[in-house]
Design a protein around this ligand. Structure first.
Ligand code: CUA
Length: 339
């Protein structure tokens, strides 16, 4: 960052100029109308000030149609522009591109913990590649935090009990501030970190240097677990350790549903509803299985709430996701094997 006075953080993501443009539009309109109103107040105060006693009061004006139409239509148009523009930016922010690199984030008092798909873990520091969309899935282990990278113009609440997601694509290499933007206890101000944006080659080197070359993992719970492997491998190991495969068998129907091909599919529930098996659904089904029972099954699964932490849940989600994608032939999440 160049020295000197900055009114704004630098624009270091693809969304930053778009967010700023909308912001400037809103500020511009506010400034224009504030100045217009102040100027007219002063002008009219002088022009229509009280004169001599004998002076006639000016004639009353009423029902000027053109004026009325103008002050209804002009603000309406300006407000609608802000609405559609804002909705457009919001949709862009809310929909991560399909090819995004997926990183899991856990906020807790008072640190940010990151898990990369290849298994690398970081605390208060996040390494990301330049020029590639990065999707973050955020969870909190305790209270509400807010994940904020000013230079990328992304900020999102991290709420206990559910997943939220944001995405960004960095456009500049370098280091950028990462904040918690929601008061979360005595050391809230210390819940800060850095996002390190690396050139793609440097990022590859960083990935390799951290834990050795990443390995693709066969998505079967009976295969040998990889102790220091990818997020998926950790989830696979955990799946075994917790004994999940006793009920959730791979091919044959067990007490619980077969999980192969479940992720991303439409699941029919006992209540008659249909839900999409996304990250939030899988998470809820692990922690509180009674909430949504798959049609045709008994509510027998014990809740894992309090037995595993959010990081472990994310590992299980990554594993179940890999099973779904194997079935659907969709290798979107298997970034490690294609690099
Ligand atoms: Cu976490 Cu403030």
């Amino acid at each position: 960052m160049s020295p000197g006075f900055h009114l704004f953080p630098e624009q270091a993501s693809t969304m930053a100029p778009r967010v700023d443009a909308l912001y400037f539009y809103l500020v511009g309109i506010s400034v224009f109308f504030s100045l217009l109103i102040f100027t007219l107040v002063i002008y009219f105060a002088i022009k229509y000030r009280r004169g001599f006693e004998e002076e006639e009061p000016p004639p009353e004006m009423r029902d000027i149609l053109a004026l009325e139409v103008t002050w209804i239509v002009v603000p309406l148009i300006l407000a609608l522009i802000a609405f559609f523009w804002g909705a457009n930016v919001y949709y862009a922010l809310a929909r991560p591109p399909q090819n995004a690199l997926e990183i899991f984030v856990v906020g807790r008092q008072w640190m940010w913990k990151f898990q990369h798909p290849d298994g690398q873990r970081e605390i208060n520091q996040l390494h990301v590649p330049l020029g590639r969309p990065v999707k973050l899935t955020l969870a909190s282990e305790d209270v509400i935090h807010s994940f904020f990278i000013p230079a990328f113009r992304v900020k999102y609440d991290v709420v206990p009990g559910r997943y939220t997601t944001i995405w960004f694509e960095a456009t500049q290499p370098g280091q950028f501030h990462l904040f918690c933007a929601e008061y979360c206890g005595t050391q809230h101000s210390g819940m800060i970190g850095q996002v390190v944006v690396l050139e793609p080659e440097q990022y590859e080197a960083w990935l390799g240097g951290e834990l050795g070359a990443p390995r693709a993992v066969a998505g079967l719970p009976t295969s040998r677990p990889v102790p220091e492997g990818s997020l998926t491998a950790k989830g696979q190991q955990l799946f075994r350790d917790l004994g999940c495969q006793v009920c959730h068998r791979m091919e044959k129907q067990g007490i619980g549903p077969v999980l192969t091909g479940v992720f991303g599919s439409q699941v029919k529930l006992q209540s008659g509803e249909t839900v999409t098996a996304d990250e939030s659904y899988v998470r809820e089904s692990i922690l509180n299985p009674q909430a949504k029972i798959t049609a045709g099954f008994q509510p027998l699964m014990p809740p894992f709430q309090g037995r595993i932490n959010e990081e472990e849940v994310m590992q299980l989600v990554a594993y179940i996701k890999s099973l779904g994608q194997t079935q659907a032939g969709n290798r979107q999440g298997a970034v490690s094997s294609t690099k």
